[in-house]
Write a protein that binds this ligand. Sequence first.
Ligand SMILES: C[S@@+](CC[C@H](N)C(=O)[O-])C[C@H]1O[C@@H](n2cnc3c(N)ncnc32)[C@H](O)[C@@H]1O
Length: 382
Amino acid sequence: MTTGSKRATTETAQTLSMKGAGYYSQRTRGAKNVIDNAASMLFDAVHALPEPLDGQPVRIADFGAADGGTSKKAIRDTVAEIRSRFPDCQIQITYTDLPSNDFSALFRNMLGVAEESKHTYLDEFDDVFVDACGIGFHEQLFPDGSLDLGFSATAMHYLSEKPSEIDHHVHMVGASEPVLEAFTHQAVKDWQNILLARARELRPGGRLVFMNFGKDEDGRYLGNTGGINMFDTFNDLWEQMAVEGKITQEEYINATFPQSYRTKEEFCAPLADTSSPVFAAGLRLVSAHTGVVGCPYRKAYERSNGSMSAREFAISYIPTLRSWSETVFLNALSPDRPLEEKAGLIDHYYQQYEDLVAHNPAGHAMDYVHCYLAIKKTPAQR
Ligand SMILES: C[S@@+](CC[C@H](N)C(=O)[O-])C[C@H]1O[C@@H](n2cnc3c(N)ncnc32)[C@H](O)[C@@H]1O
């Protein structure tokens, strides 16, 4: 077990959880599309797994699963692949996230309690067991050599800690030196720790499939694929609230996403460098590529050929941004403010964003930019 120093600090953990009560997966069709579109990577991994040891289940983990809704179909299909390859084998699935995650929503999803998620693979397959772990993925979460397949989508851009606030922007994509360097440095350190933890957990021959937010070869990243830059918009609207005196300057600065977008080279470096501890721990790159998945809300608006109004597009679009960004702005507000006042300010903030998009929808879209990685642990390693 690693020491507590790599644990997400309480303050960082609070600012990065998704909006709870199932809001996350209900409003993030794009994140589900990312996983479903790349599910064949999971099937390839299953086909490459070594035979389970006598009497042992096949163990899968979903790292940073939120409420489990977005990966549910892909995990169901992965279970089907495992079952067809190893018909008699039990299967254990562990959903991991931070302690601040809404695990209750996750288990409701798994049990098909929520109206929109009636179907559950637990009804479909026998001998499949689900549990959860509320400790961050920067640490080792499973005993040595016990995990067959580790999966993660859209989660590992979250840092274990914020190196500092960014005083003139809300995200590292808008940071300048030396703050940018501090975020990059933290991201390199965290990535190595993530990989070393997974190297210890994996069985020899075990596999990892990661779909991580990042920057692609053309400098594109989430919400910045040629139109209006989403993070600049977040910043402009938040700053405007400070200019208008609705929030303080300190509250403006406190809204810093604890995230970093790595490039494909940065993701691959510790796996390719034969002198790195990750390489020594036995992890090897199977494949790496970047890809863009279009914003489903933008696509629906464009497909509507004018039957959808700009306001309707804005109303459909803003909740997907809000599902993962709200906690950053909410937690930037002074703890001295009463809860209703905070809620009012946050509603105002997203209303401003909605009004902006409704006024002129051109260029607004949250396209997803990911680096897709398949990794294996060499059979020679313990
Ligand atoms: C954008 S959501 C992605 C959820 C889901 N995997 C998907 O693809 O839709 C990011 C998730 O990562 C979780 N997360 C962030 N940092 C984490 C950490 N250090 N350990 C585990 N989960 C973390 C967040 O709490 C959140 O649930």
